[in-house]
Design a protein around this ligand. Structure first.
Ligand SMILES: [Zn+2]
Ligand SMILES: [Zn+2]
Length: 158
């Protein structure tokens, strides 16, 4: 039981580290930008090409559940971690930052030591640029202090 919970928590942490690297080097790289550009520019309609990344990751989660059921049960718990990460990502990124849900809510500075508010500010700063280069803050559940990000935006080299 404890080991399974540890697998789930480790998978969520792994996914955030993976997401930071994937977002920075693949999605903002030459190949990945073809889908991700839609997310940095205004697009028509409720969906954008960038949403295809979430679709791909949901297939990986489904594969983990299937493989975990058929062959090796730890994979099932890794699948739970992936899914938990996906839900947190959807709440923070699509919900809190981009307001893709049907109500308006922005976390106050006092909620949970201001961390959700900091996440929202950090990702808004990620969207300060509409180009592949020069963006800051590639994480979704982990964000540097807004002041540091502001300094990075002003002075990308330093
Ligand atoms: Zn981006
Ligand atoms: Zn975004």
């Amino acid at each position: 039981m404890i080991i399974n919970i540890a697998i789930i928590i480790a998978s969520v942490i792994f996914m955030e580290v993976f997401a930071i690297l994937f977002h920075k080097y693949y999605m903002h790289g030459e190949r990945g930008w073809a889908w991700h550009e839609s997310h940095h520019r205004h697009t028509e309609g409720p969906f954008e090409r960038n949403d295809l990344y979430a679709v791909c990751f949901s297939f990986i989660a489904a594969a983990l559940f299937i493989a975990g059921t058929l062959w090796w049960s730890p994979l099932w718990y890794i699948g739970v971690g992936f899914t938990v990460y996906g839900v947190l990502y959807a709440i923070v990124h699509d919900g809190l930052v981009h307001q893709r849900w049907p109500f308006h809510y922005t976390p106050s500075k006092r909620l949970l030591w201001g961390y959700p508010h900091r996440l929202v500010l950090a990702h808004r700063m990620h969207h300060h640029v509409t180009t592949r280069e020069g963006a800051v803050s590639f994480g979704f559940l982990w964000a540097e202090k807004p002041d540091r990000l502001k300094a990075q935006l002003k002075n990308p080299a330093g």
